[in-house]
Design a protein around this ligand. Structure first.
Ligand SMILES: *[C@@H]1O[C@H](CO)[C@@H](O)[C@H](O)[C@H]1NC(C)=O
Ligand SMILES: *[C@@H]1O[C@H](CO)[C@@H](O)[C@H](O)[C@H]1NC(C)=O
Ligand SMILES: *[C@@H]1O[C@H](CO)[C@@H](O)[C@H](O)[C@H]1NC(C)=O
Ligand SMILES: *[C@@H]1O[C@H](CO)[C@@H](O)[C@H](O)[C@H]1NC(C)=O
Ligand SMILES: *[C@@H]1O[C@H](CO)[C@@H](O)[C@H](O)[C@H]1NC(C)=O
Length: 665
């Protein structure tokens, strides 16, 4: 027997005296460390997932931001990834581009700039990432493809990074290729070249925000491509990676993950993957889609955020379990810390990771999430067993002399339905360099030398309430803080505040659909543009709006009620749509696509004139007025029974809206 083996034998023997029913796990840095930790983050966008957040009144908006970003308070995120708005539908809405047209540049659209600044205000060290989902039409020169003119696409993306610095003093540290779509090696190399040429050598490239392959193999075969790419980002990897990815020696990230309803099972999913993405897949960053569920809940993937803030009209928000699960890691580590090599699975199920700052600090995160209480939306989760267990941890190397560890615990308590999250327990005194934990199922523990953790709190926000039944917006905002009007959620096209200084009448300040061309899409945008607003449960209501068409030939605009779909399903939205056209006609249709006509006739409407439209829907009947006079009545509407109100245009054309109002029953 060699002496090393006998030491192991002796140690095991001693422990078995000390602790009859437990396994021992060694936390040791003497044989070197594991990979460098890059952080845990949230993703705003992909798409429009923070849409309603900006419309919260203070102090609630700041409170929500504190729960997300403030160090030692809540999720204390290390990374904020945002969508580089591309004017197209990207899951829950569209986000505006900084270049709607080829000769257009505007770095004040949307809310992602604001969000990045708010995050940085709270945590100056936060890592910022940008990724396009879609591109304005001109980037594709009429084709639904961004790589035919790779130099145009590269400078379009680099402009966004330069604009972030120039107008907002934001340093974007990482940029991606094209979310969950094909990459093009030539484009990636050109993007690298364009970044370098623009003085952005420090900006690193993530590829390809899709699967591990084929990018991993491409990097192994193409050394120039490998020099251009710093990080392999995979989506929903199910905690595992592939050999080729490991072989590249690149940083491996789960650059989009989670996407699970944020109840306790969602929290359990997040706890399991935050640990196991490293344990099983050597991933050193995990980013949640999405950051905060701030979109109408009936849109796709409702409440799939770290917390919920979907009621700016009431001020109500919910700090859901994923916030506190995040805190278990983020409050006690920093990007740049290093994982120990001694991380892994627990004998009776669950996992543990340990990280150090290399100067003696140690943070251990343990999770014992059971299968059924930690299922994520995707990929399918193979069965595994977790049972309660005693686990002994032995501290070795730099950690042998640690005398005390702070202890933070979350217990999901699925049986009693009385979970407790991120609770500070009595510190653990370490005797003889080891400690034993009695672990139950569905728990998360942090044991750490870091003393700065804290569970932040604010007084309860106002109670939840439905969208107001009487709602008006005249868009008369002189210096709007955002380009979009509150609560309007664009589903195809981009609706933004517009000022016409030559107008001497009542329509100086309006809302305008700004796109004149179909974008290079990511989802199936409609052929019409549409922005929805209000309460999805609305049935009987009157929608009123002034409209102005700007396309002489074939203009058309609509107001609508009971719109039943948004997001990626927007093409098949049904509802009651009241259209007027510049050729002097009107139509009432049961769908956005205009296939099912309920009524039609002459309206006398033309481009470059303002008209007042009014749509009333009650029970099975709808009626419409033009400039206060009945135009059509008793159109029969059997379905849908309820849905949002909306405004929009017949095609990608300029049109304006003013004095929008809803009165719902
Ligand atoms: C930012 O990073 C610096 C250097 O690592 C560190 O000293 C500082 O505490 C960090 N600030 C925050 C808010 O985390
Ligand atoms: C889990 O435990 C059950 C019951 O003891 C057993 O039948 C099953 O094979 C176990 N599954 C796994 C994946 O270990
Ligand atoms: C853990 O250890 C205690 C004694 O310290 C013992 O009573 C208990 O049964 C053990 N639990 C398990 C799950 O082995
Ligand atoms: C601006 O207002 C003027 C004067 O009413 C009008 O002629 C013009 O069509 C308006 N232009 C736009 C783009 O609204
Ligand atoms: C538009 O019409 C509605 C109903 O017919 C009326 O209540 C409203 O005052 C009109 N708005 C304008 C700006 O004329």
């Amino acid at each position: 027997m060699d002496w090393k083996l006998s030491v192991v034998f002796l140690t095991a023997f001693l422990f078995s005296l000390d602790c009859c029913f437990c396994q021992t796990y060694v936390l040791d840095d003497t044989k070197g460390l594991g990979r460098v930790f890059d952080g845990i983050g949230g993703l705003s966008g992909g798409g429009a997932t923070s849409r309603l957040l900006v419309n919260y009144a203070e102090p609630y908006r700041s409170q929500i931001l504190d729960y997300l970003f403030k160090p030692n308070f809540g999720a204390s995120l290390h990374i904020l990834k945002v969508e580089i708005g591309g004017d197209a539908q990207t899951t829950d809405g569209t986000e505006p581009s900084h270049m709607h047209y080829e000769n257009d540049e505007n770095y004040f659209r949307g809310y992602e700039w604001w969000l990045m600044k708010e995050a940085k205000k709270r945590n100056p060290n936060i890592t910022l990432i940008g990724l396009p989902w879609a591109f304005p039409g001109w980037v594709g020169h009429g084709k639904n493809w961004p790589y035919d003119f790779p130099d145009i696409t590269a400078s379009y993306v680099v402009n966004w990074i330069l604009g972030a610095k120039q107008y907002h003093d934001l340093d974007i540290q990482y940029v991606g290729i094209w979310n969950e779509r094909n990459y093009d090696a030539k484009y990636i190399k050109l993007l690298r070249y364009t970044l370098d040429k623009s003085g952005l050598e420090r900006v690193r490239i993530i590829a390809s925000d899709n699967l591990w392959e084929p990018i991993a193999l491409s990097l192994l075969l193409d050394s120039e491509l490998s020099r251009a790419v710093d990080v392999i980002g995979a989506h929903y990897p199910g905690t595992i990676t592939v050999q080729n990815a490991l072989k590249t020696q690149k940083q491996l990230w789960s650059s989009e993950d989670y996407s699970t309803f944020n109840d306790e099972v969602g929290g359990g999913c997040w706890a399991r993957i935050l640990n196991q993405n490293y344990v099983n897949g050597k991933m050193t960053a995990t980013i949640s889609w999405n950051l905060v569920a701030s979109y109408y809940q009936e849109l796709p993937f409702g409440r799939d955020g770290l917390m919920t803030a979907q009621e700016p009209w009431s001020g109500n928000y919910v700090v859901d379990s994923p916030i506190w699960i995040t805190a278990h890691t983020t409050q006690f580590t920093q990007p740049g810390w290093t994982y120990l090599q001694t991380v892994g699975h627990l004998a009776q199920g669950g996992s543990y990771v340990a990280l150090t700052n290399g100067k003696g600090s140690l943070t251990v995160v343990i999770e014992t999430m059971t299968h059924d209480h930690s299922v994520c939306i995707r990929p399918p989760l193979p069965h595994f067993n977790v049972t309660s267990q005693n686990a002994t941890f032995q501290l070795k190397g730099s950690f042998a002399s640690i005398k005390e560890l702070k202890v933070w615990r979350s217990q999901f308590n699925f049986k009693t339905k009385k979970p407790s999250f991120f609770e500070k327990l009595t510190p653990l005194t370490i005797k003889d360099g080891s400690f034993t934990l009695n672990l139950a199922e569905d728990e998360v523990y942090t044991l750490t030398t870091v003393t700065t953790g804290s569970k932040g709190s604010y007084p309860d926000p106002p109670p939840s309430a439905r969208f107001p039944k009487v709602y008006k917006d005249d868009f008369d905002v002189r210096n709007p803080p955002f380009s979009e009007a509150p609560n309007f959620a664009d589903q195809t096209g981009v609706f933004e505040y517009h000022v016409n200084l030559t107008d001497s009448g009542p329509h100086v300040f309006t809302l305008r659909q700004a796109l004149t061309e179909r974008p290079v899409t990511w989802a199936a945008d409609a052929d019409q543009t549409i922005s929805v607003i209000g309460d999805y449960q609305w049935q009987n209501l009157e929608v009123t709006c002034d409209v102005f068409m700007e396309n002489v030939k074939s203009s058309g605009v609509f107001i609508a009620a009971r719109v039943d779909k948004g997001g990626q399903s927007i093409r098949s939205a049904k509802g009651v749509f009241f259209w007027v056209f510049a050729d002097g006609t009107y139509k009432v249709t049961n769908d956005l696509a205009g296939q099912t006509v309920l009524a039609e006739g002459q309206s006398g409407t033309r481009a470059y004139g303002w008209y007042n439209l009014s749509l009333t829907v009650k029970g099975q009947y709808a009626a419409g007025m033009l400039n206060g006079y009945p135009l059509w009545k008793q159109a029969v509407v059997l379905t849908p029974k309820n849905g949002w109100a909306a405004i929009g245009t017949r095609s990608f054309e300029l049109a304006q809206f003013d004095n929008f109002a809803v009165v719902a029953e």
